[in-house]
Write a protein that binds this ligand. Sequence first.
Ligand code: SF4
Ligand code: SF4
Ligand code: SF4
Length: 312
Amino acid sequence: MYEEEIRALSVKLLDEVEGVIGYSWGTLPFRARPFLCQKKEDVTHLVFNHFCGSNLARYLLSGELKEKKIAILAKACDARAITVLIREGQVKRENLVIVGIPCYGMVDRKKLEERFGPLQPQDFEWHLDSLTFKGENLSIGPFLEATCQRCLHPNPPLYDHLIGQEVTYIPRKRWNNDALTKLDMVSREERWAFFAGEFEKCIRCYACRNSCPLCYCKECFAEMQRPYWLSGAATPSENLFFHVGRSLHMAGRCVECGACERACPVDIPIALLPCKVEELIRGNFDFEAGIDPDKEPPLLTYRENDPGEFIR
Ligand code: SF4
Ligand code: SF4
Ligand code: SF4
């Protein structure tokens, strides 16, 4: 998808930057992985498809790349994360060439397996908004990752070059019966039981935190010795403390990319928590992280008439 354009542009960009952060195919089918392309002869490894879920903004924070001039492929949620990182002084805009990619969503391999059984790459053809399985054309929507079904911003808000055409619809308007909406409709007790069950599964591996492009504290509160907030024990109460604490640290900053959820080895739909916090911020403060770099984040400002009824 868009590969010719991406590769041709990367060849040109490599005259001015030290590398292009993009994706290449992984060793397993239906999986793409982050790839730093530094030589023109390697641009043929660059791909973009429905399996490029990793949020590449995360790699801008690596010590080695932080001070270099770098180009980066950025679907909408990556571009939003980059906007937040620039605003928070973590990366320098002048060091970046952002190649924006309008995004039709990332496919959840498990949903494909549920529907089609063991997956064989040759059985599938992939298009922007649909797939063909053994000749049958199907909408891609039911197979998207949960955060992509909820996505409100499929087009990158910030870029220097744009690949392809802007997406003209909002995915959430098609897939509005998602897990977050369903959780809103049940009682508090049922919601509590749902999360208590999920947190029991958590092994506190921190893969969710480590894959998040915006969780970059040198010392995370979960591992601090002074003050000592949490032990390393993966008990339900400490897991709850960690996840609620992390969601609050993400308030007004989470770009709803789903990287945390995708990384979880025990399939906890952990993005529900920070995404719910963003819903509250969107509704109460008319703010969305990474959309407008000039808009002050609500947790950095105070107005006497700020809404407060939702705090109970
Ligand atoms: S959250 Fe939106 S921009 Fe990000 S991968 Fe999913 S559909 Fe694309
Ligand atoms: S990735 Fe999953 S198991 Fe690991 S800490 Fe996060 S929620 Fe828990
Ligand atoms: S908390 Fe999860 S959904 Fe939000 S920005 Fe981080 S990885 Fe993305």
